[in-house]
Design a protein around this ligand. Structure first.
Ligand code: AOF
Ligand code: ZN
Length: 358
């Protein structure tokens, strides 16, 4: 199962709306087939592993990170494929909550006389598939927030200088994190001030994540670099009901997709924004600021995982803070995360935090 989980990780960020699943066909410790969900979500992991194993799958054990599917989608059900291949045993990490599957995969295998065990490395699988699970169960993608800051939590000097706070190793790590997500999301302020490309760079030829900008008024220049690349890398602009129609058209003409999202109190309703992204199939969204937008996400309780990059530099109170106001009255109301991993990356610190109730 450990091997199946590490195969599954290859699919993270490039299989949405599907889950990234891994499958290993094994007999007496010999690996006969390895599979993982392929780019775009198909073929499924089991199909790939079974094709590799061929006739040797008869009597073998399949280790799968998610309950095999039971529905006739664009491909026949994996549970049927496992039966047809004659596997004797299927070890499953976690069940598939997709209503088309939801226990039917396991029941079908058992009805065919196959020995099924569940809950193997379930915690790891749950964490890995959090994006898919969140989309199916809550109707929104999993939200990861990145904060890269100085020792004193600043992301730029008062003048806005921010390029070299963390080092090249940390920046490379951020690009790898972008790549393991379906989309990269920033607030309108960042898109306007920095006109960032939001693409993955320095990691070879890769399938780029969707770029998403949240801007209530869509007050960004359609002539910028971001929009200029919309035909090469998908660009979704989430705007509110007051956004200028001509501006929407100018962006759409350049190849961007404009997504209408409800507003509350003159700002985009972030839960509604996330539901819109979930409805479009996104399972894992990586948010990269700015501070106002990151603060709003935290306030709305929408951050599932947080990556903090800390540099050994002090900027002072006049610098720009990593987070906007949270409007807290008591410390007990503060969003709190649980530390999952702590690493040194070049000269910086990379801390991975997760919400404690996840
Ligand atoms: C598996 N193995 O590798 C994956 C599964 O649109 P379809 O037909 O590809 O079906 C998508 C659904 O299949 C998805 O919602 C989830 O329930 C399951 N994904 N299942 O057995 C896989 N990716
Ligand atoms: Zn399947």
């Amino acid at each position: 199962m450990r091997m199946a989980l590490s195969l599954a990780a290859r699919g993270l960020g490039n299989v949405w709306p599907n889950p990234a699943v891994g499958c290993v066909i094994e007999q007496e410790g010999r690996v006969l087939g390895r599979g993982w969900t392929q780019p775009g979500g198909r073929p499924h992991a089991e199909r790939m592993a079974l094709d590799q194993a061929g006739d040797a799958a008869r009597g073998a054990t399949a280790h799968v990170t998610l309950e095999p599917c039971a529905h006739h989608g664009k491909t026949p059900p994996c549970a049927d494929a496992l039966k047809a291949a004659g596997v004797a045993r299927v070890n499953i990490a976690i069940g598939d909550p997709d209503p088309r599957v939801a226990g039917r995969g396991i029941a079908g295998l058992r009805a065919a006389g196959i020995a099924v065990a569940t809950g193997i490395m379930a915690e790891e699988a749950h964490r890995q598939q959090r994006g898919f699970l969140t989309r199916v169960l809550l109707g929104r993608p999993m939200v990861t927030l990145k904060l890269a800051s100085s020792l004193d939590g600043r992301i730029a000097t008062a003048g806005g200088e921010s390029q070299w706070i963390t080092g090249p190793e940390a920046r490379r790590r951020v690009h790898a994190l972008r790549l393991s997500h379906d989309a990269v999301l920033v607030g309108g302020g960042t898109a306007r001030d920095d006109d960032p490309l939001l693409t993955v760079r320095g990691l070879g030829e890769v399938a780029q994540p969707v770029r998403v900008v949240a801007s209530a008024l869509l007050d960004l220049p359609p002539e910028g670099a971001l929009a200029a690349s919309a035909r090469q890398v998908p660009l979704w602009l989430c705007h509110g009901p007051r956004a200028d129609k001509a501006r929407i058209k100018a962006f759409t003409d350049r190849g961007a997709v404009c997504v209408a999202v409800p507003e509350t109190g003159g700002r985009l309703e972030l839960a509604g924004l996330m539901r819109a992204l979930g409805a479009r199939g996104l399972t894992r969204v990586f948010c990269e600021g700015g501070g106002q937008f990151a603060g709003s996400l935290l306030r709305a309780g929408l951050v599932d995982e947080l990556h903090g990059f800390g540099a050994g530099i002090a900027i002072g109170a006049e610098g720009r803070p990593a987070l906007g106001e949270l409007g807290l009255e008591r410390l007990s109301d503060a969003p709190r995360f649980r530390l999952r991993r702590l690493e040194q990356v070049g000269g910086d610190v990379h801390a991975t935090w997760e919400r404690p109730d996840g």
